[in-house]
Design a protein around this ligand. Structure first.
Ligand code: DI6
Ligand code: FE
Length: 407
């Protein structure tokens, strides 16, 4: 197995008692796809190395984990953006059959190859800023055939790009036109599809949009029961536009994460604390929809609920492909500390996906890490819109090079 030494690095490990898991004079040893050793450069383990890299004091962090994206879809929503600027609200457009449903029409019309190419372009943009693991939801197919197609595209991204992909089935994203006025029948259908998706190896987790313009708590609960019968973990788009009690419901089902959470109540926070559910905050959607109600960051912090940050990339409410901009917005808009924001895109993001083998730099974990043109991660959270500081990315022990262009 290839044994490689990466020395003379500043490490932000997000592991151990130090703030940032900081190691000022650090080194890493990879053995094949695994971190064999992480620590102080003064005492790297001896033995023979197949390769050695001197990082000249550059910052090394875990590979970023984007724990919430809707990467597979056709078309865009730039025209809807213009309508919103003229005064139409996101909810009004959705109720009028636009919004998510307009993207569903464009997705159904796109060929497998076109969907794959569009998704791969988006995935590469995330990779260029250091993402090594991404969660990808379905939710723009909304038929058995098209949901499976979208999940299949997500799986193919994980096979063909140097990127780990976790898939999430989100059939309960909006009501498709052929089920108009028959939401409960659609929920029944979606529960049936789940078994087939699971049998085909297409699903790692199950999600729903629990909202007045989405699905109600009882419908969400039925989907979660179907997921439980298949042994699939759940997560929820909860309390984004209103308080539906979705977070407490998801927590009762042992949810991995509850996401958005601008309208989260004290009861929701208590329930998430007891179930160990991660709060995934999405500053891109907050910004782009010009929300004014902030997620209850101080209360989440006080309760010790782990906080993750993600892009929520989607064409309607968060068309960003910049995890680094989200780090900055998590600080400026949500008042997270730079260390919290970074932990939110590494350690806690991995936790939000139920993955304990990544998100930190520690012996025994996956060798997924990023070398930055920076001396400290706070510097990266501070800047926005400038040159990309991502210099080198190691994915499963293999350098993905150059990080910024297609592999
Ligand atoms: N909440 C969101 O912010 C995205 N999905 C969801 O449930 C928006 C999806 C879209 O507008 O296309
Ligand atoms: Fe989302």
């Amino acid at each position: 197995m290839t044994r490689t030494l990466w020395r003379n690095a500043r490490l932000a490990c997000f592991d151990g008692p130090q703030p940032w898991g900081w190691v000022e004079h650090g080194a890493l040893v990879t053995e094949g796809p695994v971190l064999a050793w992480v620590g102080n450069v003064a005492d790297p383990p001896g033995g023979r190395y197949d390769a050695e890299h001197d990082l000249q004091g550059a910052l090394v962090t875990p590979g970023l984990v984007d724990a919430h994206t809707h990467l597979v879809y056709g078309g865009d929503r730039a025209a809807e953006f213009e309508l919103r600027l003229q005064g139409a609200s996101y909810e009004t457009l959705a109720r009028a059959g636009g919004g998510i449903r307009s993207t569903v029409a464009a997705t159904r019309a796109a060929s497998d190859e076109a969907l794959f190419e569009a998704t791969a372009r988006r995935a590469r943009a995330l990779m260029a800023e250091g993402v090594t693991t991404v969660e990808i939801k379905s939710g723009y197919g909304l038929s058995q055939h098209d949901e499976a197609r979208c999940l299949g595209v997500a799986r193919r991204i994980g096979r063909e790009l140097p990127l780990s992909v976790r898939t999430t089935s989100l059939a309960l994203h909006a009501l498709p036109p052929e089920f108009a006025g028959r939401a409960d029948a659609y929920v029944d259908a979606a529960c049936d599809w789940l078994a087939a998706q699971h049998a085909a190896g297409l699903v790692d987790a199950v999600d729903a949009f629990c909202e007045t313009i989405g699905f109600d708590p009882a419908q969400t609960e039925r989907l979660f029961a179907a997921a439980a019968r298949l042994g699939l973990p759940v997560k929820l788009h909860a309390e984004q536009l209103s308080d539906q009690g979705g977070a407490a419901l998801a927590a009762r089902h042992g949810a991995l994460s509850c996401d958005h959470l601008e309208h989260l109540s004290a009861e929701g926070i208590a329930a998430m604390r007891s179930s160990g559910t991660v709060a995934v905050l999405l500053p891109g959607a907050y910004y782009f929809l010009r929300e004014t109600r902030l997620p209850p960051v101080a209360a989440l912090r006080e309760a010790g609920v782990p906080i993750a940050i993600a892009t929520d990339h989607n064409p309607g409410s968060s068309p960003t492909l910049s995890p680094l901009l989200m780090l900055n917005m998590a600080c400026t808009l949500f008042r997270l500390t730079p260390e919290e924001a970074w932990a939110g895109f590494t350690r806690h993001a991995a936790q939000a996906l139920g993955l304990s083998d990544r998100g930190r730099l520690a012996a025994g974990l996956r060798a997924d890490f990023v070398v930055w043109d920076s001396q400290h991660p706070r510097d990266i959270a501070y800047r926005f819109g400038g040159p990309n500081p991502c210099r080198r990315v190691v994915f499963g022990g293999i350098e993905r090079s150059p990080a910024s262009s297609p592999p």
